[in-house]
Design a protein around this ligand. Structure first.
Ligand code: PNS
Length: 157
């Protein structure tokens, strides 16, 4: 049985995240979406809110589960017993840092990181930009799932 851990802050989940999760769901038998409980920046959504949003967004993907973690990603990966860590790769600007993390994580644990190229239409998309645009009343309706859009409106109102 193949399994993958897809980590991130998901503050909030975007269509780019869901694209990668959906494709992993079709490749691996088990996919764990790992929500970093305490990202370096103060999150807009609490850990529980981010987990609930992801669970709702992935409700139709039976092999996807959502779980929170803190501390080192590789410790969580070992605890879960997953085969690989999967990261979305949006553009070449992601590459340097992602490669560093992949190599460090491999050194720490032996666990391999695989990269999934995001769809080109999401190559500019990040949770940070979504929050900034939404904060100033810009339209992010085609960048996040409807239930995330509702949650953003409520949070920022
Ligand atoms: O969605 P993000 O914020 O880009 O996700 C970053 C994340 C959660 C994948 C990264 O910050 C991470 O792995 N954090 C856990 C702490 C850790 O293991 N740090 C060492 C990385 S080599």
């Amino acid at each position: 049985m193949s399994s993958a851990l897809l980590p991130g802050s998901f503050d909030p989940p975007t269509n780019g995240h869901l694209d990668v999760i959906g494709r992993c769901s079709g490749i691996f038998d088990r996919v764990v979406v790992g929500v970093l409980a305490n990202p370096s920046k103060e999150p807009l959504f609490s850990t529980q809110e981010r987990m609930n949003l992801l669970k709702d967004c992935c409700a139709d993907l039976e092999n996807v589960e959502v779980s929170a973690f803190d501390g080192l990603l590789v410790d969580f990966a070992v605890e879960l017993g997953v085969d690989v860590i999967v990261k979305g790769m949006r553009a070449i600007s992601d590459f340097d840092y992602e490669l560093q993390m992949a190599q460090m994580n491999r050194r720490l644990s032996g666990i391999v990181t695989m990269f999934v190229a995001t769809k080109p239409e999401y190559s500019f998309l990040s949770s940070s930009l979504v929050k900034e645009v939404a904060r100033f009343g810009g339209n992010v309706g085609d960048l996040v799932p409807p239930l995330v859009l509702d949650a953003l409106r409520e949070k920022l109102s």
